[in-house]
Design a protein around this ligand. Structure first.
Ligand SMILES: [Zn+2]
Length: 81
């Protein structure tokens, strides 16, 4: 089960990213970069909030524990070959 705080922060970050991309690709970007810069700050703030929460989130820790881990012995064998 996903954490509702993670879900909200991910949604905020995705919205901020979408707004930043739209601001960067708008016709007014070359005239005034301050609007895109403000969207960039908002997006980075949302990303930072999400990363900060994930450091303490039990739900996110469980997800990372379930992800497959790279086989380091295979990687070392491939480097040695
Ligand atoms: Zn969470």
């Amino acid at each position: 089960m996903i954490c509702p705080i993670c879900r909200d922060l991910e949604r905020d970050f995705a919205a901020g990213l979408t707004e930043y991309v739209a601001a960067r690709s708008s016709a007014s970007y070359n005239v005034s970069k301050s609007f895109a810069a403000k969207r960039n700050v908002d997006m980075e703030r949302a990303r930072y909030d999400l990363e900060e929460h994930r450091l303490v989130c039990v739900s996110a820790a469980r997800l990372f524990a379930l992800l497959p881990k790279p086989d380091i012995t295979t990687s070392l064998r491939q480097l040695a070959a």
